[in-house]
Design a protein around this ligand. Structure first.
Ligand code: FAD
Length: 356
């Protein structure tokens, strides 16, 4: 049986971010680490985007940054600026390459495919493989995106379309998300917030084709990349083992109202690195309770009133953009929280608060 000081189960976003953070800060000079990852090769499989409210280790993996975004609801189109917190997109291909190259230089780090041959009793484990509650009432953010290349220069690459609700809702919540990387290249995603029990929502290819050809009126284009996924909008099952911490999606790092996870993973990695010498006795890192409480109410409103959500999302942005971006990125103060709460339709939210 092989022995290691630390084991990271799952070399995806959270596992690799943590290993990189530990290596960068020289926490693995006298300690050994095994990263357990079943995949045979790393290639680009995700585009991680977020408002840059904190510094992170991966500025050199940013594919593009924007300072403008729009939201399109049936009632209005809003054009907003985010100069203070630019919206960044990380190319997972660059992220994996940068980290793997760096980690391979450290002889104390081993990449393994299977945990079976490792003694797990005398080490500390960071686990990123989620144990998910299979309750059919849970909400998911599920989506499929394609990066297209067009013949003509048709995109305004200075502005992203964060949410375009001008599409079929089918009794769920549905919007398109467009990230124009260049004037002739953009990632276009169809995104649903639903319980994933209705398979008829999964005709992603047709939805995207219709949107590109009918809404965006693009005829000549080529698909150069595709990604698909589902982010749980519920917390994973808790782990009670003393020598184990869950990280990433498994560690509850997703903000349930938005699905944003990437920056929370970076903050969690930093927290673990700062406490690694006494990790067994360190308090768990969590998304602040006030956000968990408010997100729970928001999700209840989503579930009860999907038809109201395009307006609710749009109205939310009547608050100061800086405050709302801080709120969505877990960085708002109490005054900013109230300024956003006061913009919400009060009766619907109060009912959701008391609804069990
Ligand atoms: C397509 C997609 C796009 C996303 N876009 C965004 C975004 O724009 N912004 C944002 O903030 N968040 C986004 N997310 C959410 C979140 O940031 C990502 O899911 C992120 O990858 C989560 O990191 P993770 O390490 O928890 O999971 P993963 O990155 O999925 O890593 C888990 C790893 O565990 C490995 N594994 C699986 N089974 C085992 C096993 N039995 N043993 C060992 N290893 C195993 C997998 O191969 C994988 O490498 C997106 C999610 C998806 C799926």
């Amino acid at each position: 049986m092989r022995e290691f000081d630390y084991i990271i189960i799952g070399g995806g976003c959270a596992g690799l971010s943590l290993a990189y953070e530990l290596d960068l800060h020289k926490k693995l000079e006298n300690k050994t680490l095994a990263i357990i990852e079943p995949r045979d090769e790393y290639k680009k499989d995700k585009t991680w985007s977020f408002w840059k409210v904190i510094n992170h280790n991966f500025d050199d993996c940013v594919k593009k940054s924007w300072k403008n975004f729009s939201i399109n609801s049936p009632k209005e189109t809003k054009h907003l600026q985010c100069d203070n917190f630019p919206y960044q997109s990380i190319d997972s291909g660059l992220f994996y390459k940068k980290i793997i190259n760096k980690l391979k230089e450290n002889q104390n780090i081993s990449f393994l495919k299977n945990i079976k041959d490792i003694n797990q009793s005398n080490c500390f484990i960071f686990n990123s493989v989620p144990a998910l509650d299979t309750n059919k009432n849970n909400l998911w953010q599920h989506f499929c995106g394609v990066e297209i290349k067009t013949k003509e220069n048709i995109f305004d690459d200075t502005i992203i379309n964060l949410m375009d609700f001008d599409c079929e809702q089918r009794n769920s919540i549905h919007f398109f998300y467009t990230l124009p990387f260049e004037k002739n290249r953009a990632l276009i995603e169809t995104t649903w917030l639903s319980k994933m029990t209705d398979n008829s929502l999964n005709d992603y290819d047709d939805q995207i084709k219709n949107y590109i050809e009918q809404n965006l009126k693009i005829k000549n284009y080529e698909i150069v990349y595709k990604e698909e996924g589902a982010i749980p909008l519920f917390y994973p099952l808790k782990n009670n083992e003393k020598n184990k911490i869950n990280i990433g999606t498994a560690g509850g790092m997703t903000r349930l109202s938005t699905g944003y996870t990437f920056l929370n993973i970076q903050e969690h990695s930093k927290y673990i690195r700062m406490n690694i010498e006494n990790i067994e006795n360190t308090k768990n890192f969590e998304i602040q309770k006030k956000y968990k409480f408010l997100d729970e109410i928001f999700l209840k409103v989503m579930e009860k009133h999907p038809e109201k959500m395009p307006d609710i999302f749009s109205t939310m942005f009547n608050a100061s953009t800086k405050s709302i971006l801080k709120f969505l990125s877990n960085k708002s103060n109490i005054f900013e929280d109230f300024s956003i709460i006061l913009k919400m339709p009060k009766l619907v939210f109060i009912k959701a608060l008391f609804d069990k």
